[in-house]
Design a protein around this ligand. Structure first.
Ligand SMILES: *Cc1c(COP(=O)(O)O)cnc(C)c1O
Length: 409
């Protein structure tokens, strides 16, 4: 049998649907963020990155890099095994303490990624609750969906951020049945925010647990970087907070924070925690350095919000179709997968600007977009250059500007 036929066919289908993904060959430059080198087919070129989830540039912060280098030199690279076999390396203990404190919870548990923390965290918690009903927001991330699927328990999907719909589902459910409400605090494609207090009101009224993915908010919101839950004063009302160390904290890894019993149960039952090697000590120490820095430094958060506001206003002034967003995410509507890809190719090849196209299935068809994420290090000149490049590209591809978009509706 020619097995390659199957792989060819699968790839062909992605090409046909214009969903085949190409990853740029980039070399980030510590100390020069957001500048990077793009290893283009014609050789290395300088580019500016405009779509990184290293939202605050912490991946190049001297304190974070310093902690990683110092710890690797002192303790070596790998963790040496699962925590059961190798014990827990001390920097990981400190990291978990730091995370518990950050979220005002009794305990936290670190996983090898945010993806794993959702997948194995949600499925394990749901399995430990007999006949659990999972109530999941319609726009939850794939890692949460996989956690729900792996739990094998019943799920109901509520319309995105629609608390009336959530209440309808809660009211219809058996009052004695365990329930777990799953949502994100900040949705990263539209940049909108969940009504956390209203969700917690319902959870309390109907006796449900709450699980909130704060991946796109930790480090960036709240006076200490505790996320939208901290900003909104809702932390104590949320049972389980999940976050990543890989976005605003600039490292790698994911975690959940909750009461000590729940964390101990997940530690004891979650296969995605038990059967895999722990994070290296140097990564843990670097993450702790980033969390500690952002706990006390307000500069990155203020500047981040200022840059996002500035970018939105410059793009709006240029009548580019900025989609409304309450946060640091700046989505620019394209509405066509091919043009979305072409716009990104032109930006990179002709202007040295790197932005990834966001197409189906990440967003619904017709809502294809550029997702722009300004950092504290994108200055006024870079913003102006981006706006000029976008206007050129919009003209070349005959994409609608704002007044035309409005007129067409
Ligand atoms: C990126 C992301 C994750 C996964 O986090 P990683 O640390 O990158 O694995 C989880 N949830 C959401 C909403 C995300 O965007």
């Amino acid at each position: 049998m020619d097995y390659n036929v199957f792989f060819d066919r699968a790839l062909g289908q992605l090409h046909d649907e214009r969903r085949y993904r190409v990853f740029a060959d980039l070399e980030r430059l510590a100390g020069r963020y957001p500048h990077a080198i793009w290893h283009s087919p014609e050789g290395p070129r300088d580019v500016v990155i405009w779509c990184s989830n290293d939202y605050l540039g912490m991946a190049q912060h001297p304190k974070v890099v310093g902690a990683m280098v110092e710890t690797a030199a002192r303790m070596g690279t790998g963790a040496g095994g699962t925590r059961n076999i190798a014990g827990t390396n001390h920097p990981l203990i400190e990291l978990e303490r730091e995370l518990a404190t950050l979220h005002g919870k009794e305990a936290s548990l670190v996983f090898t990624s945010g993806y794993v923390s959702n997948e194995t965290g949600i499925s394990t918690i749901a399995k430990l609750l007999p006949n659990c009903l999972l109530l999941s927001d319609a726009l939850n991330h794939n890692s949460m969906i996989e956690g729900v699927r792996k739990s094998g328990t019943e799920k109901q999907v509520w319309r995105h951020n629609d608390v009336a719909h959530l209440e309808q589902l809660l009211r219809a459910a058996d009052p004695d049945r365990p329930k777990l409400i799953l949502c994100e605090s900040l949705y990263s494609m539209d940049g909108d925010v969940a009504p956390l207090h209203k969700i917690c009101d319902l959870a309390e009224r109907y006796g449900a647990l709450t699980y909130v993915d704060e991946v796109h908010a930790v480090g960036m919101y709240g006076p200490h970087g505790g996320g939208i839950s901290e900003r909104d004063g809702a932390t104590a009302r949320i049972d389980i907070l999940e976050g990543t160390l890989a976005k605003a904290f600039g490292c790698l890894g994911g975690y959940i924070a909750a009461n000590a019993n729940l964390i101990d149960a997940v530690r004891s039952y979650a296969p995605g925690f038990i059967f895999t090697t722990a994070l290296p000590p140097a990564v843990c120490a670097a993450a702790t350095a980033a969390i500690r820095h952002l706990k006390s430094s307000q500069w990155e958060r203020d500047r981040h919000q200022d840059r996002a506001a500035r970018l939105k206003s410059v793009l709006n002034a240029a009548r580019l179709p900025v989609m409304p967003s309450d946060t640091h995410i700046v989505p620019l509507h394209v509405g066509d997968p091919e043009k979305c890809k072409m716009a990104c190719d032109l930006l990179l090849s002709d202007y040295g600007i790197y932005i990834q196209p966001i197409n189906y299935p990440t967003v619904p068809r017709g809502l294809e977009r550029l997702r722009i994420t300004p950092s504290p290090y994108h200055d006024d000149a870079l913003i102006d250059r981006l706006a000029e490049a976008l206007v050129d590209v919009w003209d070349q591809l005959m994409l609608p500007r704002q007044s035309q978009v409005l007129a067409a509706e």
